[in-house]
Design a protein around this ligand. Structure first.
Ligand SMILES: *Cc1c(COP(=O)(O)O)cnc(C)c1O
Length: 233
Protein backbone atom coordinates (compact mmCIF):
# COMPACT_ATOMS: atom_id res chain seq x y z
CA UNK A 1 0.00 0.00 0.00
CA UNK A 2 1.29 3.46 -0.93
CA UNK A 3 1.84 5.98 1.82
CA UNK A 4 -0.96 8.50 2.31
CA UNK A 5 1.02 11.45 0.86
CA UNK A 6 1.90 9.37 -2.22
CA UNK A 7 -1.70 8.20 -2.63
CA UNK A 8 -2.90 11.81 -2.36
CA UNK A 9 -0.46 12.79 -5.07
CA UNK A 10 -1.71 9.99 -7.33
CA UNK A 11 -5.34 11.02 -6.80
CA UNK A 12 -4.46 14.66 -7.49
CA UNK A 13 -2.91 13.54 -10.79
CA UNK A 14 -6.03 11.57 -11.72
CA UNK A 15 -8.15 14.62 -10.93
CA UNK A 16 -5.90 16.93 -12.96
CA UNK A 17 -5.89 14.59 -15.95
CA UNK A 18 -9.67 14.19 -15.90
CA UNK A 19 -10.16 17.92 -15.55
CA UNK A 20 -7.83 18.61 -18.43
CA UNK A 21 -9.68 16.12 -20.67
CA UNK A 22 -12.89 17.97 -19.83
CA UNK A 23 -11.28 21.31 -20.69
CA UNK A 24 -11.34 22.39 -17.06
CA UNK A 25 -8.60 23.55 -14.76
CA UNK A 26 -7.41 21.12 -12.08
CA UNK A 27 -8.31 23.58 -9.34
CA UNK A 28 -11.96 23.60 -10.41
CA UNK A 29 -12.27 20.24 -8.60
CA UNK A 30 -11.94 20.04 -4.83
CA UNK A 31 -10.77 16.79 -3.29
CA UNK A 32 -12.72 15.63 -0.24
CA UNK A 33 -10.69 12.94 1.53
CA UNK A 34 -13.15 10.42 2.98
CA UNK A 35 -11.54 9.32 6.23
CA UNK A 36 -14.41 7.28 7.72
CA UNK A 37 -13.16 4.21 9.65
CA UNK A 38 -9.56 5.48 9.54
CA UNK A 39 -7.86 6.85 12.67
CA UNK A 40 -7.06 10.46 13.49
CA UNK A 41 -3.40 9.75 12.76
CA UNK A 42 -4.24 8.97 9.11
CA UNK A 43 -6.00 12.33 8.85
CA UNK A 44 -3.04 14.07 10.46
CA UNK A 45 -0.76 12.50 7.89
CA UNK A 46 -2.97 13.64 5.00
CA UNK A 47 -3.24 17.12 6.51
CA UNK A 48 0.54 17.23 6.74
CA UNK A 49 0.63 16.66 2.99
CA UNK A 50 -1.64 19.65 2.46
CA UNK A 51 -5.10 18.03 2.42
CA UNK A 52 -7.72 20.28 4.04
CA UNK A 53 -11.17 18.77 3.35
CA UNK A 54 -12.24 15.59 5.14
CA UNK A 55 -15.45 13.60 4.84
CA UNK A 56 -16.96 11.46 7.59
CA UNK A 57 -20.06 9.24 7.67
CA UNK A 58 -20.33 8.11 11.29
CA UNK A 59 -20.97 10.86 13.80
CA UNK A 60 -19.49 9.42 16.99
CA UNK A 61 -16.30 8.38 15.29
CA UNK A 62 -16.03 11.77 13.58
CA UNK A 63 -16.44 13.72 16.83
CA UNK A 64 -13.64 11.77 18.47
CA UNK A 65 -11.30 12.46 15.58
CA UNK A 66 -12.23 16.15 15.47
CA UNK A 67 -11.41 16.46 19.17
CA UNK A 68 -8.05 14.76 18.65
CA UNK A 69 -7.22 17.05 15.71
CA UNK A 70 -8.65 20.32 17.00
CA UNK A 71 -5.34 22.16 16.49
CA UNK A 72 -5.48 21.67 12.72
CA UNK A 73 -7.53 23.94 10.50
CA UNK A 74 -9.57 21.37 8.63
CA UNK A 75 -12.91 21.61 6.85
CA UNK A 76 -15.29 18.81 7.87
CA UNK A 77 -17.98 17.41 5.57
CA UNK A 78 -20.68 15.03 6.81
CA UNK A 79 -21.57 12.59 4.03
CA UNK A 80 -23.46 9.74 5.74
CA UNK A 81 -27.12 8.99 6.39
CA UNK A 82 -28.56 11.34 9.06
CA UNK A 83 -30.85 10.30 11.90
CA UNK A 84 -32.80 13.13 13.52
CA UNK A 85 -31.16 12.64 16.92
CA UNK A 86 -27.77 13.39 15.31
CA UNK A 87 -28.65 16.76 13.77
CA UNK A 88 -27.53 18.89 16.73
CA UNK A 89 -23.97 17.55 16.79
CA UNK A 90 -23.72 17.65 13.01
CA UNK A 91 -24.88 21.28 12.87
CA UNK A 92 -22.45 22.29 15.61
CA UNK A 93 -19.34 20.50 14.41
CA UNK A 94 -19.41 20.26 10.63
CA UNK A 95 -18.91 22.86 7.89
CA UNK A 96 -20.78 21.01 5.16
CA UNK A 97 -23.46 18.30 4.95
CA UNK A 98 -23.80 16.44 1.63
CA UNK A 99 -26.52 13.98 2.60
CA UNK A 100 -29.66 16.03 3.24
CA UNK A 101 -32.64 14.28 1.66
CA UNK A 102 -35.67 15.34 3.70
CA UNK A 103 -37.13 18.58 4.97
CA UNK A 104 -37.35 17.50 8.60
CA UNK A 105 -33.59 16.90 8.77
CA UNK A 106 -32.88 20.21 7.04
CA UNK A 107 -35.12 22.08 9.50
CA UNK A 108 -33.42 20.49 12.48
CA UNK A 109 -29.96 21.28 11.10
CA UNK A 110 -30.95 24.90 10.55
CA UNK A 111 -32.41 25.23 14.06
CA UNK A 112 -29.31 23.73 15.64
CA UNK A 113 -26.72 25.71 13.69
CA UNK A 114 -24.93 28.03 16.15
CA UNK A 115 -25.75 31.65 15.32
CA UNK A 116 -22.15 32.82 15.49
CA UNK A 117 -21.08 30.42 12.74
CA UNK A 118 -21.61 30.95 9.04
CA UNK A 119 -24.55 28.98 7.64
CA UNK A 120 -24.09 25.24 7.28
CA UNK A 121 -23.25 24.49 3.63
CA UNK A 122 -25.71 21.97 2.21
CA UNK A 123 -25.93 19.56 -0.69
CA UNK A 124 -29.12 17.65 -1.33
CA UNK A 125 -28.54 13.97 -1.93
CA UNK A 126 -30.37 12.76 -5.03
CA UNK A 127 -31.30 9.13 -5.60
CA UNK A 128 -30.85 8.48 -9.29
CA UNK A 129 -30.73 4.69 -9.04
CA UNK A 130 -34.36 4.30 -8.00
CA UNK A 131 -35.42 1.34 -5.89
CA UNK A 132 -31.92 0.09 -5.25
CA UNK A 133 -31.06 2.72 -2.66
CA UNK A 134 -33.10 4.18 0.16
CA UNK A 135 -30.96 7.30 0.58
CA UNK A 136 -31.56 10.42 -1.44
CA UNK A 137 -34.55 12.40 -2.61
CA UNK A 138 -36.26 11.11 -5.75
CA UNK A 139 -35.66 13.38 -8.76
CA UNK A 140 -39.39 14.18 -9.01
CA UNK A 141 -39.36 15.54 -5.44
CA UNK A 142 -36.10 17.46 -5.71
CA UNK A 143 -37.46 20.84 -6.76
CA UNK A 144 -39.90 21.00 -3.86
CA UNK A 145 -37.23 20.03 -1.31
CA UNK A 146 -34.76 22.53 -2.80
CA UNK A 147 -37.33 25.33 -2.50
CA UNK A 148 -38.01 24.46 1.13
CA UNK A 149 -34.34 24.17 2.06
CA UNK A 150 -33.52 27.47 0.35
CA UNK A 151 -35.85 29.19 2.80
CA UNK A 152 -34.14 27.95 5.96
CA UNK A 153 -32.17 30.69 7.69
CA UNK A 154 -29.05 28.93 8.92
CA UNK A 155 -28.39 26.75 5.91
CA UNK A 156 -26.91 27.67 2.56
CA UNK A 157 -27.94 25.44 -0.30
CA UNK A 158 -24.85 24.82 -2.44
CA UNK A 159 -25.68 21.92 -4.71
CA UNK A 160 -26.34 18.24 -5.22
CA UNK A 161 -24.67 15.02 -4.14
CA UNK A 162 -25.20 11.57 -5.61
CA UNK A 163 -23.90 8.05 -5.17
CA UNK A 164 -24.83 6.24 -8.39
CA UNK A 165 -25.10 2.48 -8.66
CA UNK A 166 -21.53 1.13 -8.78
CA UNK A 167 -20.49 -0.12 -12.21
CA UNK A 168 -17.20 -0.67 -14.02
CA UNK A 169 -18.67 0.58 -17.30
CA UNK A 170 -17.42 4.12 -17.95
CA UNK A 171 -20.35 4.77 -20.28
CA UNK A 172 -22.88 3.85 -17.60
CA UNK A 173 -20.97 5.90 -15.03
CA UNK A 174 -21.08 8.92 -17.34
CA UNK A 175 -24.78 8.44 -18.04
CA UNK A 176 -25.64 8.34 -14.32
CA UNK A 177 -23.57 11.42 -13.48
CA UNK A 178 -25.06 13.26 -16.42
CA UNK A 179 -28.53 12.77 -14.91
CA UNK A 180 -27.35 14.53 -11.75
CA UNK A 181 -25.83 17.29 -13.83
CA UNK A 182 -29.13 17.79 -15.66
CA UNK A 183 -31.03 18.11 -12.39
CA UNK A 184 -28.45 20.65 -11.22
CA UNK A 185 -28.83 22.67 -14.44
CA UNK A 186 -32.62 22.53 -14.18
CA UNK A 187 -32.56 23.98 -10.66
CA UNK A 188 -30.26 26.79 -11.73
CA UNK A 189 -32.50 27.48 -14.73
CA UNK A 190 -35.29 27.96 -12.19
CA UNK A 191 -33.41 30.65 -10.32
CA UNK A 192 -31.29 28.69 -7.87
CA UNK A 193 -27.68 29.68 -7.45
CA UNK A 194 -26.04 26.28 -7.01
CA UNK A 195 -22.30 25.93 -7.48
CA UNK A 196 -21.51 22.46 -6.18
CA UNK A 197 -21.80 19.01 -7.75
CA UNK A 198 -20.52 16.46 -5.24
CA UNK A 199 -20.03 13.26 -7.20
CA UNK A 200 -17.34 10.74 -7.98
CA UNK A 201 -15.47 8.36 -5.66
CA UNK A 202 -12.29 6.25 -5.90
CA UNK A 203 -13.62 4.09 -8.75
CA UNK A 204 -15.43 6.63 -10.87
CA UNK A 205 -14.00 10.09 -10.29
CA UNK A 206 -12.91 10.46 -13.93
CA UNK A 207 -16.47 9.96 -15.21
CA UNK A 208 -17.83 12.35 -12.57
CA UNK A 209 -15.36 15.09 -13.49
CA UNK A 210 -16.20 14.61 -17.17
CA UNK A 211 -19.81 15.37 -16.23
CA UNK A 212 -19.01 18.46 -14.18
CA UNK A 213 -18.25 17.27 -10.63
CA UNK A 214 -16.46 19.91 -8.59
CA UNK A 215 -16.15 17.99 -5.34
CA UNK A 216 -15.00 14.37 -5.58
CA UNK A 217 -15.27 12.25 -2.45
CA UNK A 218 -12.34 9.83 -2.35
CA UNK A 219 -11.70 7.31 0.42
CA UNK A 220 -10.01 4.03 -0.40
CA UNK A 221 -7.72 5.44 -3.09
CA UNK A 222 -6.19 7.66 -0.40
CA UNK A 223 -6.39 5.68 2.84
CA UNK A 224 -6.58 2.08 1.59
CA UNK A 225 -9.36 -0.51 1.73
CA UNK A 226 -11.83 -0.22 4.58
CA UNK A 227 -12.48 -3.35 6.60
CA UNK A 228 -16.15 -4.23 6.71
CA UNK A 229 -17.89 -4.57 10.05
CA UNK A 230 -21.41 -4.33 11.37
CA UNK A 231 -20.93 -0.57 11.83
CA UNK A 232 -19.40 -0.20 8.39
CA UNK A 233 -21.46 -2.33 6.00
C1 LIG B 1 -17.35 5.96 1.74
C2 LIG B 1 -17.88 7.01 0.87
C3 LIG B 1 -17.11 7.57 -0.17
C4 LIG B 1 -15.72 7.11 -0.53
O1 LIG B 1 -15.76 5.91 -1.23
P1 LIG B 1 -14.42 5.25 -1.85
O2 LIG B 1 -14.95 4.26 -2.80
O3 LIG B 1 -13.67 4.64 -0.71
O4 LIG B 1 -13.66 6.32 -2.51
C5 LIG B 1 -17.67 8.60 -0.91
N1 LIG B 1 -18.92 9.07 -0.66
C6 LIG B 1 -19.68 8.55 0.32
C7 LIG B 1 -21.04 9.12 0.55
C8 LIG B 1 -19.19 7.51 1.11
O5 LIG B 1 -19.98 7.02 2.07
Amino acid sequence: MATIPKALQDVALRVARAASLAGRSADSVRLLAVSKTFPAEAIREAAGAGQKLFGESYLQEALEKMAALSGLELEWHFIGPIQSNKTRDIAEHFDWVHSVDRLKIAQRLSQARPQQKIPLQICLQVNISGEESKSGVAPENLLELAEQVRGLPHLRLRGLMAIPRPTQEPQVQREQFSQVRKLFDQLNARGFDLDTLSMGMSEDLEAAIAEGANIVRVGSAIFGQRTKSKDNP
